[in-house]
Write a new protein. Structure first.
Length: 266
């Protein structure tokens, strides 16, 4: 499965791949949901990291990266944000870390969501304490022909191909965060209790791999969520099914992909 989600004025879904984009702070989202079937020629693969890859500490649970500086700022909701955090539970947040482990549809009632700006490619209760990794890397325009410039150009071209006709200007990305949740198991894989049922033992042996890209030129922001066939093996054994979408409390905007809260989100 690969699908693309656009947040600007709406989401777009393509069967067989995933892309999500975000809106500029200069615009207002309507929250309209548009669904389109497969057949789209553009497919965003899982991207390769460069030389400055960072990883979350594997022995923590419900943790996040350190603050990731965004020098020129990134518009999301009605605010511009200068710090980002990659969380081990399948989220990227802005301004403050996001550590909630139990997903719920946005905007949500949990205290941690009341002032949140969160992108959720697959918010779920991950456990990377024993196996699995969460990696991320920042790419900025250097105008030197580096891999960073190459990956920025490739993602920018993809966005222009998909959404160029939607904008009054030609988007050129200058700053990008690439995050990957690689073979993440469900909790409590990192510390299995002796009383675990056979069904849950089988469940926590499963893994999920997916990526999120956040790219901006400090005026517009796009996010791309990428999932490959066969690399999403679990979505929730009981009722805590994943949330896919975004929430931005600065302008009370949010959206949930139709698979949010569904067992079929795998």
């Amino acid at each position: 499965m690969l699908f693309v989600l656009l947040w600007r004025a709406y989401f777009i879904f393509f069967a067989g791949a995933v892309l999500l984009t975000l809106m500029s702070s200069l615009e207002q989202t309507t929250g309209q949901m548009i669904v389109s079937g497969g057949g789209n020629p553009s497919v965003m693969p899982l991207l390769e990291f460069g030389e400055n890859i960072q990883s979350l500490v594997p022995d923590q649970s419900d943790g996040a990266s350190g603050a990731i500086p965004i020098p020129r700022g990134l518009p999301f909701g009605s605010e511009t944000h200068y710090l980002a955090y990659v969380g081990d539970n399948g989220v990227i947040s802005f301004d403050i870390p996001f550590s909630l482990s139990i997903p719920e549809p946005f905007p949500g009632a949990a205290a941690g969501l009341q002032s949140a700006h969160v992108l959720a490619p697959y918010w779920s209760d991950n456990d990377i304490r024993r196996e699995g990794k969460v990696n991320y890397e920042v790419f900025q325009s250097q105008s030197t022909g580096s891999y960073g410039d190459e990956i920025l150009a490739n993602v920018t071209n993809f966005i222009q191909e998909m959404f160029g006709n939607e904008s009054t200007t030609v988007f050129q990305g200058t700053y990008m965060i690439l995050a990957e949740w690689n073979e993440a198991h469900p909790f409590p894989h990192g510390n299995v209790p002796s009383s675990l049922s056979p069904a849950r033992e089988q469940f926590i042996a499963l893994t999920n791999t997916y990526q999120a890209i956040v790219i901006t030129n400090s005026e517009e922001t796009y996010a791309i969520f990428t999932y490959n066939c066969g690399q999403l093996q679990w979505s929730g054994l009981d009722t805590s099914f994943p949330t896919i979408g975004f929430t931005a409390t600065s302008d009370n905007s949010f959206n949930n992909h139709p698979f949010t809260g569904q067992a079929k989100c795998k």
